[in-house]
Design a binder for this molecule. Sequence first.
Ligand code: GTQ
Ligand code: FE2
Length: 361
Amino acid sequence: MPDWDPRIAELHQELDKHDLLPLWTQREDLMPTHPLPAAVPHRWRWADLYELAARAGELVPVGRGGERRAIALANPGLPNVPHATPTLWAAVQYLGFHEVAPVHRHSQNAFRFVLEGDGVWTVVDRDPIAMRRGDLLLTPGWAWHGHYNTGDAPMAWLDGLDIPLIGALDNEFFQFGPDTIGDRTTPERSSGELLWGHPGLRPLSAPRDISTSPLSAYRWEHTDAALTAQLELEAAGNPHAVTCPGHAAVRFTNPATGGDALSTIRMEMHRLRAGARVPASRESASSVWQVFTGTGVFHLDAEHVEVGRGDLVAVPSWTEVAIDAMDELDLFRFSDTPVRERLGLYLTDATNPAATGGTAR
Ligand code: GTQ
Ligand code: FE2
């Protein structure tokens, strides 16, 4: 653009006075050739998170108002906001022996993933759900929920929510529930599991359209068995049982639809044999990983990040990711992929090589 004409500078000033901005001065910021996230790839150590959460457990009461003793991962590329990525919230929540997190509901979708421990029940729409090691528990948007610890020890777990996405859309709604959580029963299985937790079987009593998952608990025994079977089938000579050599993976789905268990958050469990590698790829989704067991290395663009049990890694959009398993490595992952798929926005470098940038054919 010719900037030698002083009238152009005057025009720009005039535009500014009228709360207007021209495209031609910021085209590359507004429409870059590929995503340029402000968020950065980052790792948080579980030992640090747990120690700080336990300290909060001693100092900060949990109750009505503050609602939850949760500490959010704050991406260093997104200063002063509790966002792991521009769409995802990830936090460690800590509930002491006999503590209760009060009942509320909100438009944000949530899950809990349990790295270790037990003794906490989360009550989702009055259905008490046990939280144990390796389990994934859902709290779909607008479901009432509270948590209580009946065990004899504190418990910490990972919360994932779409708080930043819902915030960007100005779509937050929140309500306090009753001040008492009701009877604190501790059933082995929630009613959602009793109705829906049988492989391939759909209860005929259930309504036809169920957009949020009627199953609120995905138990570790099932996830583990599915991953074990994939690797056993691969070892028996079926390379199609796994996503790539030595890499078993499952997605958590809504049993009523087969779609993602939450409408805005995809959740998966991955298992890599010792020495296996997830080859490098990019995608437009952003994601957060947590190591469940084992050790490995995340290659994030040019960075090499070692990870061990409980460590969390944020992966912004279009970051190149490869993973090496040092020993057998189990990884939980969540991402904003369902949002992008529904809007026709999801891209990977495999499905669209042109999306790596450059000029048209
Ligand atoms: O447990 O209900 O990490 O409402 C953030 C917001 C957890 C919860 C979080 C929440 C919750
Ligand atoms: Fe909540």
